[in-house]
Design a binder for this molecule. Sequence first.
Ligand SMILES: *Cc1c(COP(=O)(O)O)cnc(C)c1O
Length: 375
Amino acid sequence: MAIYDDLGIRRVINADARLTRLGGSLMPDAVRRAMDDAARSYVDLDELHDAVGQRLAELTGNEAACVTTGAAAGLTLATLACMTGNDQNAIARLPDRSGLRSSIIYQRPHRIGYLAAVALSGARLIEIGVEPDVHPAELEAAIDEETAAVLFVAGSHLSEGALPLEEVVETAHARGVPVIVDAAAQLPPASNFWHFSRDLGADLVIFSGGKDLRGPQASGLVVGRPDLIQAIRRHGSPNPRLARGMKVGKEEMAGLLAAVTSYLALDHEARVAGFEADVASWIATLADVPGIVVEREFPNEAGQPMPRCRVTFTGPEDAARRDAVVAMLWDGDPRVAVKAVGVNAISCTPDTLEPGESAVVGDRVRLACHATLAN
Ligand SMILES: *Cc1c(COP(=O)(O)O)cnc(C)c1O
C-alpha cells in the first residue's frame, strides 16, 4: 500500500470486526469503480439522490430509500424526520423544537452507544424497562403526545428481555407513532433489507454501508415510508438545514448502490462455508498449543449468522497472557487486530479478511501464544 508506506504507518490485518477505527471495511472492485465513475462528472445532486433512492428501493423491496453518511447519521436523520414530518417551516426552524413531538422511546436492552446520534437531533430519550423484561404496559404508558417515534435496535444479542419488534410496531402504530429500526449491523441475511420494514411493519430501517455491505465507509442506507424518506432528504444536504453537515457525495451514492447490487448477488452460503473452513483451520493450527482452549463460536458478537474462533487462556496468568498476545499481534508488521473478549479470551473473525490473510492470522496467533507461555 504505497500511501501507508509513504506515511510511515503499518497496515492492519483485521481479524477483529468491521470497525470504523480500523478503517471499516474494504470495498470490492465494483464499488470502487462506481465511485470513480461518479467522480468524473458534475450532476444535479437531487436528481441523483432521487434516481439512486428509487433504484435502492426497488433492489431492497421497499417503497422508498435514501443514502446517508452512515447508520449513525441515519439515526439522527430518521429522528429529525419523525419530529417534523414534511413541515417545511418546522424543518427550517430547527434547532428550535417548540411545538414539535420530540421524544424518542427505547427499551433498556437497546441502550447502545449510538443513542448519542439520536440525541444529536435534539430529541429527548426516554428509556423503558426497569426489570429484566420490558412489559408491554410500559411501552403503552410511555407513549404520549410528545412521542416522535419508538426506536428499536435489532440484533439477537440485544433481544433478551426486550419486547419483540412485532409487538412494538403494533403498540406504536395503534397510537399513530412510527417505529425506527437500527439494523446497522444486521446484514447478512440480505433478506433483512425488506424483513423489518415490509414483513414487520417498521417505518424506517437503517443499515450501515461500511460494514458487511462493504460500501463506502462513510455511507449508510435508510429504507421505509416514502413521506419520512422525503423528510430525511429535506433535513440534509444539499439543503442548508440542520443536517447539512451529514453531506452525502455523489461518489458515496454511486458506491452504496453498487454495494447493495453486489451484496444481493453474493452467494452467502458459499461465503459462510469459506468462513467455516477458516475457523476450522485456525482450530487445527492451535490445537496443540498448551494453556489455551480453542473453539468455534456462532453467531458472532454482533448477532450475525457467521462463525468466529475463540481462544480462551487457562491457568493462573490467563488474563496477563491474553493481554500480551493481543499486544504482540498488534505490535507486529503488519499489525494483526483480534477482539479481546472478557478478561482471558480473544476471538478471531474470518469475514473481514482478504485472500491469504487467514493463514497469516493462524500463524501469528500460534507464535504469540507460544511466545507468551510461562517457562
Ligand atoms: C455500527 C453501528 C452503528 C453506526 O454505524 P455507522 O455506519 O458506522 O455510522 C449504529 N448502530 C449500530 C447498532 C451499529 O452496530
